[in-house]
Design a protein around this ligand. Sequence first.
Ligand SMILES: *Cc1c(COP(=O)(O)O)cnc(C)c1O
Length: 412
Amino acid sequence: MTGYAELAKRFGTPSYVYDLDRVAAARRDLLAALPEQVELFYAAKANPHPELLRELRGGEGRRCRAEISSTGELAAVLGAGFPATDILYTGPGKTEGELTEALTAGVRLFSVESLGDLRNIGAVASRLGVVADCLLRVNSASASATSSIRMTGLPSQFGFDSETLPELRDRLLDVPGTEVAGAHFFPLSNAKDEDSLIGEFRHTIEVAARLQAELDVPFRFVDIGGGFAAPYAVTGNRPRYGALRAALEDSLDEHFPGWRGGEVRIACESGRYLAGDSGTLLVGVVNLKESRGRRFVILDGGINTFGGMSGLGRILPVSVRPYDEGAPYEQIASLVGPLCTPGDVLGRDVELPALAPGDTIAIPNAGAYGPTASLLMFLGRPAPTEIVVRGEELVSVSRIRHVRDYEPAQEL
Ligand SMILES: *Cc1c(COP(=O)(O)O)cnc(C)c1O
């Protein structure tokens, strides 16, 4: 951790430091926790930094595929070397323009969220003379585990309500330019423990098998979703999933007997587990103040830098790591950013070491849902610097910049 102070001094704050060795370790650990045949999709929204994408893509052996939801992410993953055939395109509002771009680039696997979405995909695919493999995203009527972000069983813009699928069957199978290849589930994020994760996967696999029978369509591809957890802006380690592999094998053997031979491809997805612990946010202390008995540490980066949750009105459970790991905590204070809004709070009642203006603090486990999940443009401060290292080696330093493009005046 000695390097942080030096990096902060050299490249300034706020800045993110991502360690590619940690990305590689997360990918290795998660792949090892899954049966060999199960494919792993990286959800680019967690962190679309080019070097992280390249690292997750990997070289030899088992690789990650990419799950994307925009033309920006499409360009990012193609640029990082993911072949179009390894991309899954998801999202409830796919426009004609983006479908044209994705299909033209060779993407053939789509998660579909409604009959209208399927027809839109089919129209573009037909025009281009291709067929898109479509996974019916299922909003299951039932759920198993509890989780922090539950996306299933309730009214939602995501997916088909599972109970409506049998009656939609004939219409779904009759959309030119598409083929119903299987199903896609994403019932939870950030499962609280391995038992809930396994419970949810078992339930999903069961629902998928039942759906296949009800629809009487052989599934070639079932994406059973994710829920792999990671600490977010607090100290701690990624969980290890020692029992998952055997549990998945057991459940898949029971419900999709052809899975081992590839008769049906099985996939999982993860964002935070793969990227989360690779990143550390370095923010500088600009000022300290007290107001009516409460202490505030004013930082040079707030929700414009790290706004994944606080930008949505939720406060992150931020914990701060002093450089000197052994240094005692000396105060409790609110960590606030520089923006002119009372909402610019990174954490309340955070335990902090003694601090003075000019100091830098490190927020750990900030590699997922960092800059691109923040209010980057709000109040016009520069985006944070993003520093990529591989262990001790410095790989790259970059910063996102916003540029306003004008339409040429003669066309107005
Ligand atoms: C956001 C998202 C993910 C990634 O979620 P994590 O909690 O970061 O693993 C995966 N799949 C879909 C469909 C998503 O929307």
